[in-house]
Unconditional design. Structure first.
Length: 298
């Protein structure tokens, strides 16, 4: 499965159960799967089945489902009127007139505002067939939604892979620079000691030991290996596709930690240190940009 964005939209219109169903699904970013259904009251009983269909096809994102039901044009003229309720209202009105000797006549405008007076007789009978038809309509919408999300996800994945390649290139360059670090340390240490001792000779063995100690304190080989490994894992994760958002977030945290450690160790390398610092800062910038894009991935 391809990498998918969490942002998308799809809609479906179908004739089901003597009425027309209009269904739309919209998704945006969210840390988990957050589903909100907006259904007509007469279809509330189908909420569980609709939620299950969504959970079977989406892993993350804020999901908003809107479903409306319209009676087909072929219905009878009075099909929307709740006759029993209207008859009960008129009977109660007449009874109150007789008992309390009140004047006046029933007001249809008042009666029509009574909740339930128009029962969208449009309301379908909640059968298994209706449920399966609505779920099928939702699945069609979700398929369209995922196509939308995969297209956008593909664009994001391409950008992430490009930035990942930049990180890998920067790591290779830092490894090359690090290879010449020990001679630079020896030269720098010798110059400093020469200034302090003012011509006093220093044993080569002691000089080598001090240079090795300084190099060890500023050695970034382990950090570079881990950073290179994480970058390779990131690339594999994106190419494998599927649900990558949470894994990617953890991996980027680890990569950022290694880049920070490299920056903390490059203060004593002179020009070499400045070059490594520039590369490490570029790596951090790429990591931040990847993180921004990863926030929209499922």
């Amino acid at each position: 499965m391809s990498v998918r964005s969490m942002t998308g939209f799809a809609q479906v219109r179908r004739t089901i159960g003597g009425g027309e169903v209009f269904l739309s699904v919209k998704t945006v970013n969210h840390r988990g799967l957050d589903v909100h259904l907006h259904l007509p009251p007469e279809l509330d009983a189908l909420e569980t089945a609709l939620r299950k269909a969504i959970k079977d096809r989406l892993a993350r994102g804020h999901v908003q489902l809107n479903l409306t039901w319209n009676r087909s044009n072929g219905s009878t003229a009075d099909s929307g009127l709740n006759r029993p309720l209207l008859e009960a209202y008129l009977a109660a009105f007449e009874q109150a007139q007789r008992e309390f000797h009140l004047p006046g006549s029933p007001d249809l405008n008042v009666a029509f505002r009574i909740p339930g007076m128009f029962r969208t007789d449009a309301a379908p009978e909640l059968t298994e067939e209706l449920e399966s038809s609505l779920v099928a309509a939702l699945e069609e919408a979700l398929n369209g939604l995922n196509c939308f999300r995969e297209r956008e996800g593909g664009e994001i994945a391409a950008e992430i892979l490009e930035r990942c390649a930049g990180i890998q290139q920067a790591v290779r360059r830092m490894e090359e620079i690090r290879g010449g670090a020990l001679p630079a340390f020896q030269k720098r240490l010798q110059e400093r000691l020469g200034e302090l001792l003012r011509g006093v000779s220093l044993e080569p063995q002691r000089l080598a030991q001090e240079a090795a100690l300084l190099a060890d304190r500023s050695d970034i080989s382990e950090e570079l290996i881990r950073l290179k490994t994480h970058a390779s894992e990131l690339e594999q994760l994106i190419r494998a596709g599927g649900e990558v958002g949470k894994k990617l977030d953890f991996l980027l945290q680890e990569m950022n930690r290694e880049a920070n450690t490299i920056l903390s160790k490059t203060g004593g390398l002179g020009d070499l240190g400045l070059t490594i610092t520039e590369r490490a800062l570029a790596v951090k910038s790429e990591i931040d940009k990847i993180r921004e894009q990863s926030l929209n991935l499922e």
